[in-house]
Design a protein around this ligand. Structure first.
Ligand code: PMV
Length: 314
């Protein structure tokens, strides 16, 4: 009996979250050291089984047609992929999912698991799904989790490289003069991306002039940050992170815990820091010189971070 395994990375947004939903550019990078893993084993029973131990979810699939409107994202990605691979019946397999990525924390756990499932199924079947097509399939499932996602999460995870992302534009890789070190700290509070995105939409409707100016400025910050990454200017990048964070606060998507961690990183010597992703909970990110790494990590834990990870952008 063959066993096939595959994996996909987590991701973090560097600049431009929320504004990216309104067509502004945003920057994101994969976290290749934090992954979700999927393995497929064959069995002799009738149904295809999805076993997600960490999520405490198990599903049996007997048909690849949609059976209900609110099917789980895990079931959806399996069905979409089987359709794509020209199956008419689900194969007799177990799909085992294991993820190191905390859920609902803005690190792309859903998109990562979807990507790993689709990849493992295509390897199992010996048929290739192009990254472009895979990106579309994962995006369809992201809609289920987030409502009207920009597509940045699935894009950075499927291609697993740093991206300058703008809706409807061809993918642009990020050029980085020299490696930069980032620390990501989790508040331990679930991040309700859908709610935060809806609240920003309300702001756009209720106070369009003020809100659009904020979104516009966030888009400009992403453009400037792309330039600073090419020039390797950490000080300027740090300042842009601070400004981006303050604008996100004005969009009401930060929180006391996120602000506390952002301040703690700065006081411990980070070049800059900001919340990352949907906000309210989830993660913040700080740009640090590697010599300040331990000091910033300790300061973040002391300020209440539940988990701190470091990652290099290169
Ligand atoms: O999935 P999260 O929490 O990293 O948020 C994604 C970023 C948003 O801009 C808030 C939403 C989107 O669809 O781009």
């Amino acid at each position: 009996m063959k066993t096939i395994t595959s994996s996909a990375s987590a991701k973090v947004i560097l600049f431009g979250e929320h504004a990216v939903v309104y067509g502004k550019p945003a920057l994101a990078m994969p976290i290749s050291s934090l992954r979700s893993y999927v393995s497929i084993t064959e069995h002799k029973d009738q149904a295809l089984r999805i076993i997600a131990e960490d999520l405490q979810e198990t599903y049996s699939i007997r048909t690849i047609e949609p059976t209900e409107t609110n099917e789980s994202g895990l079931v959806k990605i399996v069905k979409y992929t089987l359709n794509e691979l020209a199956y008419t019946q689900p194969p007799k397999i177990n799909i085992n999912i294991h993820s190191e990525i905390p859920i609902a924390s803005g690190l792309g756990s859903g998109a990562s698991i979807s990507t790993a499932i689709a990849r493992t199924l295509s390897t199992y079947t010996d048929r290739v799904i192009s990254d472009e097509r895979l990106n579309q399939l994962v995006y369809e499932v992201e809609k289920l989790y987030h409502g009207s996602p920009s597509g940045i999460d699935n894009t950075v995870i499927v291609y697993e490289r740093p991206v300058f992302f703008q809706q409807g534009q061809p993918l642009q890789p990020l050029h980085i003069l020299r490696p930069l070190y980032f620390i990501i700290a989790n508040t331990g509070i679930p991040a309700p991306t859908r709610e935060a995105v809806n609240d920003v939409r309300q702001l756009v409707l209720n106070t369009p002039e003020k809100t659009n100016m904020i979104l516009e400025r966030i888009g400009e910050i992403s453009m400037q940050a792309r330039q600073e990454l090419m020039e390797g200017d950490e000080e300027s990048l740090g300042r842009l992170m601070q400004e981006n964070h303050n604008l996100l606060r004005r969009l009401t998507v930060s929180s006391v815990q996120l602000d506390t961690l952002v301040d703690a990183a700065i006081h411990a010597g980070a070049y800059g820091s900001k919340m990352s992703g949907g906000g309210r909970g989830g993660n913040m990110i700080a740009l640090v010189d590697e010599s300040r790494r331990e000091a910033v990590e300790q300061a973040l834990y002391a300020a209440g971070a539940k988990r701190v990870i470091g990652t290099r952008l290169k």
